[in-house]
Design a protein around this ligand. Sequence first.
Ligand code: NDP
Length: 292
Amino acid sequence: MANLIDGRAIAEKVYVDLRREIAELKTKGVTPGLAVVLVGDDPASRAYVRSKDKMCRELGLHSVKLELPGSTTQTELLRRVEELNADPSIHGILVQSPPPAHIDEAAIVRALDPRKDVDGFHPENVAKLVLDDPSGFVPCTPLGVQRLLIESKININGAHIVVLGRSMIVGKPLALLLMQKNTNANATVTVVHSRSRDLEEITRSADIIVAAIGRPGFVKADHVREGAVVIDVGINRVEDGAAERGYRLVGDVAFDEVSKKASAITPVPGGVGPMTIAMLMSNTVKAARQSL
Ligand code: NDP
């Protein structure tokens, strides 16, 4: 049976370190500030924004929650971003994805001051990730996956890591991060996606599998070599009449069968999810530190 990688416990450890750093910044007169902008009233986005705001408050960060109506125009949203770019009490800005269809999300991301882009989606930060420049911001979920592996003492150096999924939010930046030339990376990375041939054969050669495809229970025991480490990024709603809300959350990995074969595995929920928000807080503190 696999060891369970407890994302909540590891996130708590991150918060202990962050609290120390936040206290230190406050002695220098700086309270890290995060602004989260939500356009429209998508219920899942609302829930994410609420939990980010709550975590900021728990850590004693300055938190601004900007809830704009779904009818907000591109020009108005750009104006708000400009205001936040110019606000010295704000060190990190994120515009909750996905915005309504009439908003050009890429243009909004480009309008962010890259020094405040704590989601790490601005082209300048993507370039810094490619260039191994540690002053940039790395997207929170990939950063959380790397931290989970490090804190769980799983060897990344020289390991063959197969990432399932090539999105700009998870798969692609994670592959770039894990192949960086440093001792917390140095992995041999293979990325597979919906057009990959022989996917199962490739995943079976992995020391570490990271699944980020958004397909409930896709990764089965047959995809996994005995003793491999399996990180499940997926968060998928599946209907469940017995559940209070009518659905439950499952990952991209068929947990029951894969956990019998893996040496370590993350649960869903309670694995990568809590790390994503911890890394957002960490990036905000980093932005404040770098503003000094
Ligand atoms: P996207 O839909 O943007 O990307 C999915 C990727 O998976 C694509 O590259 C796609 O390939 C690939 N894919 C889809 N189906 C298959 C398949 N059958 N075989 C192989 N590859 C496939 O998703 P995201 O990256 O945004 O999210 C992935 C999952 O992670 C979701 O469940 C999401 O909810 C979750 N997530 C969790 C977070 C957390 O905090 N834990 C944060 C962000 C996301 P192609 O490019 O060819 O289309």
